[in-house]
Design a protein around this ligand. Structure first.
Ligand code: SAM
Ligand code: SF4
Length: 333
């Protein structure tokens, strides 16, 4: 039997789950979390591995084929590799990806390779150790850099995620582009979104997709637009002759919603059918109230058939927390 295909109410196929396995993190990135005063969820508020495995089985049978583990920092969750093995072994799941800051990842890279991990997105906003410390509020640049090298050596596809912040790391844009000269990696620049646990940093986004592009083009006039993979959120470019590629993600401008194929499950087990909604279904409560797989499936189908058409509509429909200000560490990016 072929893979089932799941559609939302706007005819968009849904095949991609982004799952936050924890809200905890070993960094305090400026754009993601406040420096102090974070209240982590009690452990029993997180989905257990058994609950996650059950949920992924249900979703895979409905048409989800790709899973990304994110957080918080996925590698601070105890025994993460056990969960990874289970997910990779789930019937119907073809690709497992991880988004990580890389600090705790190096010892697991060989095993991840042998398990067939599809790719790693590594957060790295600067190549300068002092700025790394200022942005993440921790002195850990060397470990992330070591993980980047090890991923490349082990031929695991890598994308670097770099959030462009006004007055914090715009001087890193061009050095990060230069990394693609001899490394076969993709460096993606992301518009900063207001998901930082504190509310907006700025009255208005300065480093928009267009401004990032203009800045790169002014230093690399030969920059070429290359084709974007299906369902990509990034616009892709390449400096001719360079091995790697560049992506720019209009995460705040939300220009990619028309082809969005993704759903999210937060660290507390809540379904989001758009990054900008404030949660549309509490799956953890369904599981813990003893619902059957079929009952959970029906609730999921209802949510998928009431999906906002884009991130602007999803933001307008927010009920419990009208203003976007929750930390990305609970959502998973
Ligand atoms: N801890 C892991 C990491 O940093 O890669 C995974 C979780 S993190 C929340 C996932 C992604 O969200 C990271 O690439 C991070 O740069 C991005 N992110 C976090 N807060 C953001 C914000 N306010 N605007 C844009 N991207 C953000
Ligand atoms: Fe942690 Fe990732 Fe958020 Fe940085 S972006 S604080 S590494 S969850």
């Amino acid at each position: 039997m072929g893979t089932p295909i799941l559609f939302d109410n706007h005819g968009r196929p849904l095949n991609y789950l982004r799952l936050a396995v924890t809200d905890r993190c070993n960094l305090r990135c400026y754009y993601c979390m406040p420096e102090e005063g974070i209240k982590y969820l009690p452990k029993n508020e997180l989905l257990s591995f058994e609950e996650i495995e059950r949920l992924i089985k249900i979703l895979a049978a409905m048409g989800i084929t790709k899973v990304r583990l994110t957080g918080g920092e996925p590698f601070v969750r105890t025994d993460l590799m056990r969960l990874i093995k289970k997910i990779i072994g789930t019937e119907g799941i073809k690709d497992l990806h991880i988004t990580s800051n890389g600090i705790l990842m190096a010892p697991y890279i060989k095993e991840l390779k042998s398990l067939g991990i599809s790719s790693v997105n590594l957060s790295l906003d600067t190549l300068d150790a002092n700025r790394f410390k200022m942005i993440t509020r921790r002195d850990e640049f060397a470990k992330t850099w070591e993980t980047l090298q090890a991923l490349i050596e082990n031929e695991i596809p890598v994308k670097i995620n770099s959030v462009v912040m006004d007055g914090k790391n715009s001087e890193d844009i061009l050095p990060l582009v230069e990394l693609t000269r001899d490394k076969n990696i993709s460096v993606r620049f992301i518009e900063e979104m207001p998901f930082n646990g504190e509310g907006s940093h700025y009255p208005k986004l300065n480093w928009t997709y267009q401004k990032i592009l203009n800045h790169i083009q002014s230093a690399f006039p030969s920059l070429q637009k290359i084709s974007d993979p299906e369902n990509a959120t990034a616009y892709h470019y390449q400096v001719p002759g360079y091995r790697g590629t560049i992506g720019i993600i209009a995460a705040f401008s939300r220009t990619f919603c028309g082809t969005c194929n993704r759903i999210r499950i937060t660290a507390q087990g809540v379904l989001k059918t758009c990054l900008y909604d404030d949660g549309v279904l509490n799956i953890k409560n369904l599981i813990r109230s003893g619902k059957s797989d079929e009952e959970i499936k029906q609730e999921l189908l209802f949510a998928f058939s009431h999906r906002a058409k884009d991130g602007v509509e999803a933001e307008t429909n927010r009920k419990q927390h009208p203003k976007v200000s929750e930390s990305m560490s609970t959502i998973g990016g």
